[in-house]
Design a protein around this ligand. Structure first.
Ligand code: DGY
Length: 316
C-alpha cells in the first residue's frame, strides 16, 4: 500500500514502512507542501503522515480516495478537520506523551530566558558591550518563591508544573476539571482564569487550540496581569490575542513574554520583532532528537497497525 509523508522526518521510518511491504513517497523539500502538491500525492495513498503545517480540510479529505489513516506528526491536531475525516471513515492519530518532556523543557527555557534576560545578555556580549561586572547590569527576576499559573493541566501542564516546582514556586492552575495530582503533588489550587492571570508571576499556556480556546487569553485577561508578569505560550498562537499582548509589551505593562508559537505562523508580527522584552522561538517545543524520532516512530506504528486492519495506538 502507499504511504505519503508530507516532509522528511527524523529517524528511519521509511525503511520500516518499506520492510512491511509498503510503498513510501515523501515530499522532500525544506518547506511546507502546497495544497495542490498534497492532493496530487495523497490522492491514491492508503495512509497520510501529515505535519501541523498541513491544513487537512474537507477539500483535501474529499480528495483522499483510498486513505484509511491520517497520522499527524504532532500532539495538536487543530490542523485537521477531524469531524469530516471521521465522516469519511478515516482514522486520525496524533503523537501524545512522547513529546511531553521536550515541550515542558521549552516552557522552562522560555521562562528562564525571559526572567534572567538571557537573550539581552547574549546580544550584549556579542556586540562587545561587556566592560566588566556591574551591580545593575541586566537585573532580572528570581523564579524562586514566585507564583506560577499553569493554563491547561493535562500531561504537558503537569510536566511543566513539576519542573517549576523544582524552583520552590507556588503553583496555581486553570483547567476545566479538577486535577487531584496537581493538588496532592504540588499543593496547587484550581482557580478561575481571571484569578490565575491576576495572581501569577509567570504563566505558562499549554492548552489545545479549539473553537473554545481561540483568543481565550483576551484583552480582559491580559489587562489584569501584574506589572512584572511573564507570559509563556507553548500551545498555539491563536489561544492568545497577540495584537493586544504586543501592545502591553510595547508599553512595558508586563515584564516579558516567551513565544514558541504565533498567531499567524510562520508570519511574525513585525512589531514583535522590534521588542526587547520577548524571547522568540520558531515552534521548537518538541524539537529534540529523542522526541521527534519517537514521534515519527509512533506515526509509522499507527500507519502499520491501521493498514493491517488493527486499531490505531493513539487515535484522537
Ligand atoms: C505539537 O505536537 O502539537 C507541537 O506543537 C509540536 O511541536
Amino acid at each position: 500500500m502507499k504511504v505519503f509523508i508530507t516532509r522528511s522526518l527524523p529517524g528511519n521510518i521509511e525503511k520500516l514502512l518499506r520492510k512491511n511491504g509498503h510503498t513510501v513517497v515523501t515530499f522532500k523539500k525544506e518547506y511546507p507542501i502546497s495544497k495542490t502538491e498534497l492532493i496530487k500525492n495523497a490522492r491514491n495513498a492508503d495512509a497520510l503522515i501529515s505535519l501541523l503545517t498541513d491544513k487537512i480540510d474537507s477539500e483535501i479529505i474529499d480528495n483522499l480516495k483510498s486513505c484509511k489513516i491520517i497520522a499527524n506528526y504532532a500532539t495538536g491536531y487543530n490542523n485537521i478537520d477531524i469531524n469530516y475525516a471521521k465522516q469519511k471513515n478515516i482514522i486520525v492519530t496524533n503523537t501524545p506523551d512522547i513529546l511531553t518532556n521536550a515541550t515542558a523543557e521549552i516552557a522552562l527555557t522560555l521562562a528562564l530566558a525571559c526572567s534572567r534576560r538571557v537573550i539581552e545578555g547574549h546580544e550584549f556580549v556579542k556586540k562587545k558591550k561587556f566592560r566588566g561586572w556591574a551591580p545593575k547590569l541586566l537585573l532580572g527576576i528570581e523564579m524562586t518563591g514566585k507564583t506560577i499559573g499553569i493554563i491547561g493541566a493535562g500531561r504537558i501542564g503537569y510536566a511543566v508544573a513539576k519542573r517549576f516546582k523544582g524552583f520552590d514556586t507556588n503553583i496555581i492552575y486553570y483547567n476545566r476539571s479538577k486535577k487531584n495530582k496537581f493538588e496532592t503533588e504540588f499543593g496547587a489550587k484550581k482557580v478561575s482564569l481571571k484569578k490565575l492571570m491576576t495572581d501569577s508571576d509567570i504563566i505558562s499556556i499549554q492548552i489545545p487550540l479549539t473553537k473554545e480556546s481561540y483568543h481565550l487569553i483576551d484583552k480582559n485577561h491580559l489587562s489584569v496581569l501584574k506589572p512584572n508578569a511573564i507570559l509563556i505560550n507553548i500551545a498555539r498562537g491563536e489561544v492568545v490575542d497577540e495584537k493586544y499582548l504586543i501592545q502591553l509589551l510595547k508599553k512595558g505593562k508586563i515584564h516579558s513574554a516567551g513565544f514558541d508559537v504565533y498567531e499567524n505562523e510562520p508570519n511574525i508580527d513585525p512589531e514583535l520583532l522590534k521588542l526587547p522584552n520577548v524571547v522568540l522561538l520558531p515552534h521548537i517545543g518538541s524539537a529534540t532528537v529523542e522526541a521527534r524520532t519517537k514521534m515519527a516512530q509512533l506515526c509509522a506504528e499507527n500507519v502499520l497497525r491501521v493498514l493491517k486492519g488493527k486499531s490505531a495506538k493513539t487515535p484522537v
